[in-house]
Write a protein that binds this ligand. Structure first.
Ligand code: HXC
Ligand code: NAP
Length: 295
């Protein structure tokens, strides 16, 4: 078997006996992580607004993995629907061990073009949705005195840097990161761990349609911004997520793991653009610098 970042990393049955709720589990990265969790022996509840899509994905993934999938329609913006989703998950599997807050909304726009409702829509899906799911499962686990639970939140690297043209998303993801770190401390006493993953560019239809529409994909090829010169493979994100929700990571709490090939640091380092300088020019530049020392 090929042993690289496209390979499946954890041992068989690493998640056996666990029940994992993946919000937005019917598409993109949520579906990729769901697939791997099933392969590792977990039961998975996939939730989103589109129940037909979830049923189709259930059929596909159960056939492919032999695992058990429960599709639940749930708009994470509505606390009532989230509470019903918690109840449906517990009814089906008896317990839930992991909440993966993956559902998101986003699109590029100059901020001054956004209506108040457009801004709210993104904050509501990303920040309020993560809060709704976290609060509903947290209250349930604490009340039932169930321990060894994990919440994994998908943020992005602009949660710490901010980013122009996706301001509602950056604002909301920064809030999710603060929630992750805050509850990692506050709810550790209840046996609940909190971590986050900050992915760089991982091609998905949902993200690419809204962040790189039309020929923006060619104009702003995301691979070019990444020091390792490629975009992410879904399996390498799934490997990281599976580790962070497994019991192997029991001592990791309050962490945000960046998986972006160095992309955000490339944008941050003040002299990083010197990569553009051709090799043969460095002799001349060095000579110029050394010359100055004599003055
Ligand atoms: C300006 C827009 C707009 C746009 C919608 N609106 N699209 N404003 N430019 N392109 C406005 C609408 O006019 C409306 O405001 C308000 O936003 C809500 O729009 P609705 O269509 O009613 O909302 P809704 O049906 O809830 O859909 C939410 C959505 C949609 C976010 C707009 O795109 C969606 O369902 N997205 C889910 C999947 C997704 O976004 N995936 C990408 C995740 S990528 P008014 O004032 O007219 O009522 C990601 C990557 C992070 O997060 C990091 C990458 C590096
Ligand atoms: P995606 O396929 O569009 O995933 C978003 C998911 O969220 C969809 O399944 C969608 O399902 C669900 N969703 C949206 N609004 C919802 C709501 N109100 N209630 C419930 N579910 C809702 O995009 P993706 O690229 O896989 O993104 C997954 C996660 O990775 C997101 O948190 C995103 O911010 C993060 N991320 C992605 C990248 C990347 O390069 N792809 C980079 C950094 C971070 P429905 O439409 O059926 O509701």
């Amino acid at each position: 078997m090929k042993m690289d970042y496209t390979a499946k990393m954890l041992r068989d049955d690493a998640l056996k006996g666990k029940t994992i709720v993946v919000t937005g589990g019917g598409s993109g990265l949520g579906k990729a992580m769901t697939t791997y969790f099933l392969e590792l022996g977990a039961n998975v509840v996939i939730t989103s607004r589109n129940i037909e899509k979830l049923h189709t994905v259930k059929e596909e993934l159960e056939a492919a993995t032999g695992g058990k999938v429960l599709p639940v329609q749930c708009d994470v913006r509505n606390y009532d629907e989230v509470e019903a989703m918690v109840a449906a998950s517990v009814k089906e599997f008896g317990k839930v061990d992991v909440l993966l807050n993956n559902a998101a909304g986003n699109f590029i726009s100059p901020t001054e073009r956004l209506s108040a409702n457009a801004f709210d829509t993104i904050i509501d899906i990303v920040l309020k949705g993560t809060k709704n799911c976290t609060l509903a499962f947290g209250k349930y686990w604490i009340e039932k005195k169930e321990t060894n639970k994990t919440v994994l939140n998908i943020v992005t690297t602009y949660a710490f840097t901010g980013s122009a043209y996706v301001v509602p998303s950056a604002t909301a993801k920064a809030g999710v990161l603060a929630m992750t770190r805050s509850l990692a401390v506050e709810w550790a006493k209840y046996g609940i761990r909190f971590n986050a993953i900050a992915p760089g560019p991982f091609p998905t239809k949902g993200a690419w349609d809204r962040l790189l529409p039309g020929d923006l994909k060619e104009k702003f090829d995301p691979a070019k911004k990444v020091p390792v010169k490629r975009v992410g493979e879904h399996q390498e994100l799934a490997n990281l997520a599976a580790y962070l929700v497994s019991d192997f990571s029991a001592y990791i709490n309050g962490e945000v793991v960046v998986i972006d090939g160095g992309e955000w640091l490339k944008g941050a380092g003040q002299m990083n653009l010197l990569e553009e300088v051709p090799q043969q020019m460095w002799d001349m530049l060095e000579a110029m610098i050394r010359e100055k020392k004599k003055n």
